[in-house]
Design a protein around this ligand. Structure first.
Ligand SMILES: Nc1ncnc2c1ncn2[C@@H]1O[C@H](COP(=O)(O)OP(=O)(O)OP(=O)(O)O)[C@@H](O)[C@H]1O
Ligand SMILES: [Mg+2]
Length: 279
């Protein structure tokens, strides 16, 4: 794929990578797999367009986190191929950023130092690292908190720092595993909007795992519903809602939004019922 570079408030930004999963299976060691004999993901095929925002939902234990771990290169598939930007994933890379449920900030470092840590460790100069970190922290509304420490921030602010830390390395792909699960709903909606705005500005490829079906519809262009374990793609729902959703205050009350949420909910319920019946 030919990378496209744009400029966001003076910072050059390269568009995200395409992602391709071809016949991906993952088997866990014997004993971990109950009746499925250790099979967690089963011949999963998925293509994510460069620069798109995709959500993944599926019954508990169907392999969502495992899938993100394969994409991040934290572990290899047992079969099949994981390609990001046309290259096979062989291990972790700063080109792929991850946001977990817990912000996992370094408690002994200031907000600014938490975010400069990544660029500095790959050889970016202090000046550039601070410029980039300040840019993204400001974008996320944290310009007044650069010298604060994580314990001085609310949960939502800590997750904003985690987002800045993931984006500051200019990844081609941003992976998020239920990043806002620990936040109250109002804060969660606000941080979701920040993430949407960030995606819209950077055009990185975002893959976002969530348990919240409404959130999946609200935040993404496509919702991938995984089957019960062993996980494979059960259904893909296209979300044809306006892109600048954070600016559309009544979007969550629109009939099309309600219809999409209902559609996702029905397929999700079918998959969850299958998961229960197979126990
Ligand atoms: N390191 C591991 N060793 C053995 N089994 C594991 C390991 N990690 C996960 N599993 C098993 O693999 C399956 C998929 O786990 P995974 O965490 O990917 O599911 P998930 O869809 O993210 O679940 P949740 O919705 O609860 O977050 C589960 O049955 C889990 O018990
Ligand atoms: Mg999980």
């Amino acid at each position: 794929m030919v990378a496209t570079t744009t400029v966001s408030q003076g910072v050059p930004v390269t568009q995200g990578s395409d992602v391709e999963l071809l016949g991906v299976s993952k088997t866990r060691p014997k004993g971990a797999g109950r009746e499925t004999g250790g099979l967690v993901l089963n011949h999963l095929n998925l293509r994510v367009e460069p620069g798109s925002f995709v959500s993944i939902v599926g019954p508990g234990g169907c392999g969502k986190t495992t899938l993100l771990r394969l994409l991040a290169g934290l572990e290899p598939p047992s079969a099949g191929h994981v390609h990001v930007g046309g290259q096979t994933v062989h291990g972790p890379s700063p080109r792929r950023g991850i946001i977990f449920q817990d912000a996992n900030l370094f408690p002994w470092l200031s907000v600014l130092k938490n975010v400069t840590f990544g660029p500095l460790s790959v050889g970016v100069s202090l000046k550039d690292a601070e410029a980039r970190a300040t840019h993204w922290l400001t974008f996320l509304g944290l310009s007044k908190f650069l010298q604060r420490y994580p314990h001085e921030l609310s949960g939502g602010m800590q997750q904003r720092v985690a987002i800045a830390r993931a984006i500051v390395n200019e990844p081609d792909l941003l992976l998020a595993d239920e990043p806002f699960g620990g936040l109250d709903w109002i804060t969660r909606e606000q941080v979701c909007d920040e993430l949407l705005r960030l995606w819209h500005t950077t055009r990185k490829t975002f893959i976002y795992v969530t348990h919240a079906l409404e959130e999946a519809v609200y935040i993404s262009q496509r919702v991938i519903i995984l089957s019960a374990r062993p996980g494979t793609v059960a259904k893909v729902i296209e979300v044809n809602l306006p892109e600048q959703r954070w600016a559309a205050t009544d979007l969550r009350f629109s009939p099309e939004y309600a219809r999409l949420v209902e559609e996702v909910r029905e397929i999700f319920a079918e998959q969850t019922a299958l998961a229960h019946n197979s126990r």
